[in-house]
Design a protein around this ligand. Structure first.
Ligand SMILES: [Zn+2]
Length: 236
């Protein structure tokens, strides 16, 4: 007999919060229901069946039982991102993405697009030689998906194409020519290329610009940002 309280979700595990003696609250973003938190009983016991699977940045087919709270009854690995998890820089980049997802994805709303973008981003962070590039792309594209995208092609004052050193107006989320408005955060041409989604070497300046935009939208500092800055300081 089919049990309506049992469902299987495509879920990206983002965080584990220890609870009690051996339990965990598992925070995920799912394609079907957006942000979902569920209990994993006994997950912190040494030989827990799902211990190797329910790890941050693992894509799983998650079976949950909804009764008094959601309880995880099964999980099958879809993507493990094993290489990403073994590399500090890649993991740091992923952690920033995870923090953003837990901040902006609502509960009880399908989130296929956000999940697809995130999985593609993790894939690129795992495979590309320099994971900062894929992180910047995901920071930019996720903002676009949420309707917070910045127009990095056209000056918001004169309406002409942007070129040269420009200025980012954080509060308005717009960019202007230096000649039109000498105020805000300076964007060098390579940083402008990154914000516009054109190819360019990933830079810490682009990270700063995107992170500042995110912080303005979230109205709080990003906890994972200092670790990302430090992991990629060799690019300065
Ligand atoms: Zn202008």
């Amino acid at each position: 007999m089919r049990d309506d309280r049992q469902q299987t979700l495509t879920a990206l595990v983002l965080a584990l919060r220890p609870y009690g003696e051996a339990d965990c609250r598992v925070e995920t973003v799912t394609a079907e229901q957006g942000r979902v938190g569920a209990w994993a009983r006994g997950l912190r016991r040494p030989r827990a069946k799902l211990g190797g699977i329910l790890q941050p940045f693992t894509l799983v087919a998650l079976t949950v039982h909804s009764g008094r709270g959601r309880v995880i009854t099964g999980a099958e690995m879809v993507r493990g991102f094993r290489i990403l998890k073994q590399d500090y820089g890649r993991l740091t980049a992923a952690a920033l993405l995870g923090e953003l997802l837990l901040s902006v994805v609502p509960q009880d709303e399908a989130a296929q697009d956000v999940l697809a973008l995130s999985v593609a981003g993790l894939d690129a962070m795992e495979q590309e030689e320099e994971p900062l590039g894929p992180l910047l792309a995901v920071l930019r594209d996720l903002m676009q998906l949420l309707g917070w995208g910045v127009n990095a092609e056209i000056c918001s004052v004169c309406g002409r194409p942007l070129f040269g050193d420009c200025f980012l107006q954080l509060e308005e989320g717009t960019i202007t020519h230096g000649a039109c408005r000498r105020l805000g955060m300076v964007l060098s041409p390579p940083t402008l290329d990154t914000l516009a989604g054109r190819d360019g070497a990933p830079s810490l300046l682009a990270l700063e610009a995107l992170a500042q935009l995110w912080q303005t939208h979230l109205e709080r500092p990003l906890k994972s940002l200092p670790a990302v800055r430090s992991a990629f300081r060799h690019l300065a």
